[in-house]
Unconditional design. Structure first.
Ligand SMILES: *[C@@H]1O[C@H](CO)[C@@H](O)[C@H](O)[C@H]1NC(C)=O
Ligand SMILES: *[C@@H]1O[C@H](CO)[C@@H](O)[C@H](O)[C@H]1NC(C)=O
Ligand SMILES: *[C@@H]1O[C@H](CO)[C@@H](O)[C@H](O)[C@H]1NC(C)=O
Length: 457
């Protein structure tokens, strides 16, 4: 339930070229200023990557501030390597060049991709480069485990329509489902599906989303259905039903981090054990394991739900289905200084030339990525420590090499909020006046950027 705004910003690191002075936060009542016009998914103003997927036009300087977003394209991701996964610091909006944009530390392991959460990090999030305007998405996955550790498989639009599967690491026989319209919290929308141990077993999770109905299926069996007709909001004269183009996001994040609100920590199964949990001992990080993921677009003949053009954008901040345009505007920024208002800014110039105090990459880039993929080497491995290779780690990363894990945790401590201080110091100012749940992501990001640290929530 609380999760929606707690999506991890990912392991972030302040790139050398990214020195942000007073970064502004943004929400519905506080739009971004003209020089940093784009309001990121986490509620912070910036340019460049802030203007790509997740940029909320309702909270940005103007409705054109966010770049148009790539339309739906049916794709299957084998998730047997890191191919197609690009760090947020390297993506300018060309969906033909990448499948996922990542923040944090994805690792290839045994023909799967692990999303990892090293000690005191904020975990890892991958978001598709394409947007889905109704359709069917599926993922084979094994969740993470442990108190406070949350795995998510969701659809999230730039205006915060959302359809979720979430898994709390102490409730391994429950898949929590939920949906939101424009980020409006409604505690009645959550519902559970029971299933066998989600950490040990592969399950296929599926969301079928049409203009009239959402169906959640596990292993091909219907677990829940929600009809649009059940969501009429008489007071506001609208359907409180997800209806705008959304990115598929998969993540592992620290719901139980001690910087979170009590209610969140409780929902997440309690505080995280960063030291003695079996996964901390071996492989040295929490992880969720992903196999094949697919997207099948809805392909309507007429709106809503088309994907005939190049990109989607909104022509009105009401941000309902009838304000989505499916058209031919370009989606690719000229540089990390560009915005929807000036898509070519900085193109092929040397980026370092100006504006060096403007936030360009939400949460910063992850230094972990490069070295992490190096740490992947499937073959070299569990040389040491046979004692901990018990089978309860269920395949996946459980057996993952100690060498691999130390590689990745090293890199994460570089990028981490000053080794070991995932808390106050990283936590920045914490208020943006929105619902409490949504404040955290935003404020954490402020903390990250302002302190040159990394963290979130
Ligand atoms: C879902 O399950 C969790 C624990 O397994 C429980 O705390 C929560 O109340 C349940 N939600 C609903 C809507 O039943
Ligand atoms: C699209 O939005 C309009 C305006 O809110 C509404 O009347 C219509 O029913 C919506 N259609 C769908 C399929 O959601
Ligand atoms: C770990 O070592 C054992 C014994 O050598 C081997 O059977 C197993 O496949 C190895 N696991 C990995 C992940 O390399």
């Amino acid at each position: 339930m609380l999760s929606r705004f707690l999506l991890p910003v990912g392991v972030a690191l302040l790139g050398a070229n990214l020195a942000v002075a007073d970064q502004e936060s943004c929400d519905l009542d506080n739009k971004c200023p003209e020089d940093t016009p784009c309001c990121s998914q986490y509620g912070q103003c910036g340019v460049g990557a802030y203007c790509l997927g997740g940029c909320d036009p309702r909270m940005s300087f103007s409705i054109e501030s966010c770049a148009p977003i790539p339309v739906c394209e049916s794709r299957t991701f084998s998730m047997d390597s890191l191919d197609g996964i690009v760090d947020v610091s390297e993506y300018l909006g060309d969906a033909s060049k990448a499948d996922f944009v990542s923040q944090g530390e994805p690792i290839a392991y045994n023909d799967n991709v692990l999303l990892t959460m090293p000690p005191r990090s904020v975990g890892t999030v991958l978001a598709t480069t394409v947007n889905i305007w109704y359709g069917t998405i599926k993922a084979k996955l094994k969740t993470s485990r442990g108190a406070g550790v949350v795995t998510a498989f969701i659809l999230l639009s730039d205006v915060k329509d959302e359809i979720d599967y979430e898994f709390v690491g102490t409730e391994l026989e429950t898949a929590q489902t939920n949906y939101y319209f424009q980020g409006v919290t409604d505690y009645g929308n959550s519902q559970n599906i029971s299933l066998s141990d989600t950490f040990s077993n592969w399950h296929e999770y599926e969301i079928r989303w049409t203009p009239d109905k959402i169906t959640w299926l596990v292993d091909g069996q219907e677990g829940r259905t929600k009809k649009r007709s059940e969501t009429w909001d008489d007071e506001n004269q609208r359907w409180n039903y997800p209806q705008t183009p959304s990115r598929l996001q998969i993540s592992i994040w620290p719901g139980g981090a001690d910087t979170n609100k009590e209610g969140t920590i409780e929902w997440a199964g309690g505080p995280i054990d960063w030291e003695n949990h079996p996964d901390m001992e071996n492989p040295g990080y929490y992880y969720a394991t992903f196999g094949e993921i697919s997207i099948e677009c809805y392909d309507a003949d007429s709106a809503p739900g088309t994907n005939k053009g190049v990109s989607y954008w909104f022509d009105d901040i009401a941000a309902t289905n009838d304000t989505v345009v499916d058209g031919d505007k370009d989606t690719i920024l000229g540089s990390f200084l560009a915005t929807g208002l000036d898509m070519d800014k900085g193109k092929s110039d040397d980026d370092s030339s100006d504006d060096d105090d403007v936030a360009t990459i939400p949460g910063g880039s992850s230094s972990g990525t490069g070295s992490t993929s190096g740490a992947t080497s499937d073959e070299d491995s569990n040389s040491s420590d046979s004692s901990s290779s018990d089978d309860s780690s269920g395949g996946g990363g459980g057996d993952s090499s100690n060498s691999g894990s130390s590689g990745s945790s090293d890199s994460s401590s570089d990028s981490s909020c000053d080794t070991g201080s995932f808390s106050q110091d990283c936590n920045g100012g914490a208020d943006s006046g929105a619902a409490p749940e949504r404040v955290m992501g935003a404020s954490a990001l402020a903390g990250i950027v302002a302190l040159g640290a990394l963290l979130i929530l």
